[in-house]
Design a protein. Sequence first.
Lengths: 199, 199
Amino acid sequence: MPRTVDAAERRRQIAEAVWRVIRRDGVPGASVRAVAREAGTSMGSLRHWFATQDELLHFAMTLVVERARARGEAAASAGGPLVARLLRVLEETLPLDDERQAETEVWLALTARALVDPRLAELRDRSAAELHAFCGDVVRVLTEAGEARSGLDLDLEAERLYAVLDGLAVHAVSRPTALPADRARQVLAAHLDSLRDTG
Amino acid sequence: MPRTVDAAERRRQIAEAVWRVIRRDGVPGASVRAVAREAGTSMGSLRHWFATQDELLHFAMTLVVERARARGEAAASAGGPLVARLLRVLEETLPLDDERQAETEVWLALTARALVDPRLAELRDRSAAELHAFCGDVVRVLTEAGEARSGLDLDLEAERLYAVLDGLAVHAVSRPTALPADRARQVLAAHLDSLRDTG
DNA sequence: AAGAAAGTAGCACAATCGTGCTAGGAAGGG
DNA sequence: CCCTTCCTAGCACGATTGTGCTACTTTCTT
């Protein structure tokens, strides 16, 4: 057996180079050559790990989704009161620090591109469905725990919460001055609170 | 004086060709040649009206914003009860029919591109500030008309309404099956209703 | 009729793109 | 030692890009 590198790790490093390029120059700037340069490697080597550019972009977005999910699961299994814990999970999708801001920027760029790229669209649909379902879980859990107003339309509230979440993400990432991180967190918390007993 | 065409009309026609291309092939597909072909004209003629590609994209987005604003103003000056009228204005930013869906797709694509294009960013900021301000107006007007709950945090509610609005727009345009037009309208109406007396 | 102005057409050029391809280097098993 | 295999490197090709530029057509004024 010849020299072997950690394939998953190598692909992850390259995907992070993709993020840096996308943040700096947008998706159109993420050419094979630019990514190779950013990753400190050659075109040939890059093509050894990703056969095509589509595969590269697809993997970069997959990693964004997986990271957000991992953070969400970590927050979900942490301690604390129920409502606060749910809030923490939801907050993991907001651009509240540099890392999450980078991910949200990439997410937005690739969501736009997914409008015309079926492969990205499929990935976006899967992750969107997941987050949407989780919003439904939040509303349901709050209701069952007696933490929510009675008479809520569960499906509608899930949809509304999901809209608030992505709306805040878009605004916070595209106009961080108009909507600073703390403010976004505050609005999300207020929304959850509005589902509770005292209207 | 030689032959003269309506310059504004000509530029508008070309901008609409840009939209059609963007909807079909995304912003990356909106090359000068593709737009010229779609507009049924030549590269040279196109360049007579728009010196650079940036100018072309910028104008195409300007037109999206102006159209939405025009529809909003029309809805605002229409008749009917106050709350219903405000709802109609807000609905003008949702992809509720083909025309508005096209505009929302272009809006999303260009919002993403604005992350790395300062000229588009400036335009996006102006229109975002306008819509944000209008959300503030809605909350304020509802309050002054006695149609809103007392004790509302006006700034926060403006932010939340604005988030619901763009969140619904993003979801309706990127996953129309998961969030059909009527459902988006329903959620928005429910949100406005939640600001009213009976929590 | 003639000329000037406005619009149209599209070639030419350099740059950049994604990817097919071959060759060199590195490292562990025999 | 050598040889197999993984990885890296980067040239080459055809296609496409934005834009500079010139030539042609059309139409109104004088």
